[in-house]
Design a protein around this ligand. Sequence first.
Ligand SMILES: C[S@@+](CC[C@H](N)C(=O)[O-])C[C@H]1O[C@@H](n2cnc3c(N)ncnc32)[C@H](O)[C@@H]1O
Length: 239
Amino acid sequence: MEIDVFTLFPEWFDWFESQRHVRNALGQGHRLEYVNYRDHTPLSGGQVDDTPFGGGAGMVLRVDVVEAAMRARYGQDPTALRTQRRVVALTPGGRILDDDLVEELAAEPALTLLCGRYEGFDERILEHLASDRLSIGRYVLAGGELAAMVVCDAVLRKQPGALGHEESAVEESFSRALGGLPEYPHYTRPADYRGWPVPDVLLSGHHANIRSWRLEQSRLRGEREASTPEEPPARGSLP
Ligand SMILES: C[S@@+](CC[C@H](N)C(=O)[O-])C[C@H]1O[C@@H](n2cnc3c(N)ncnc32)[C@H](O)[C@@H]1O
C-alpha cells in the first residue's frame, strides 16, 4: 500500500522508518512518503497558518496551504481526490482508531494522512478536503505526527510479511479471531519465578485444553475491562 503523510515535520518519521516491521513492510514494496505543507505554501515566508477568525488563542492551519500541498502531490482538485482514496485528517474529535478501523485502512491500496498542528485545521479542510477524521484517543497531542505514526504502525503491521510470524497479527487483542476481546495471557521460561507459577495447563502439551483455557482467559479479561478499571497497586511513601 501507499501512504502519504502531510506534515510540517517529516524528519520526525526518520526514527519510525528505522523500526524493523516498518522496514520489512517498505522492503516488500509498501510505500511511505512525506509532503511538507511548507514546501508548497502559496504564501510568503513559508507561512502555513493564521490567526483564528473570531479571536482566541493559537494559530490555525490554512485551507489554501493544505490544498496547495495536495494539488502539488496529486495534480488534481483534492475535493475529487477524496472520492478516490481515503484522505484521513488526524484530529482529537475524530472516529476513534480501533482494530476494525485499522483493518479497514489496511485493506486500502492508498492512504493520505493529514497532520494538524497548533490550534488544528481550518474546518474547511475537514469538510472539503478530507474523507475521514481520525482520533487516536480522547486527549490532545501537540501535533498529528505521533498520531500518524500510530496509524502507520497499526496498518503496516497488518500487511503480510511485516511481522516475523504471520500468525502474530491474526490472533491478538481486539482481532476478529478473538471476537474483538483482549488477548489471553502469555508466559515464558522460567516456569516458576519467585513462587509465581505458570498455569499448569500451558505446560500440559494438551492443545485442545490450552486453546479453551486461552479463549476463557480472553473472555474473562474482556469482562474485567468492561467493568471496573484495574486499580494500580497502592503506593507507599518514597524510600
Ligand atoms: C494541539 S492539537 C489541536 C487541538 C484542537 N485545538 C482541539 O482542541 O481539538 C494539534 C493537532 O494535533 C493532532 N492531534 C492532537 N491530538 C490528537 C489525537 N488525539 N488524535 C489525532 N490527532 C491528534 C491533530 O492533527 C491536531 O490538529
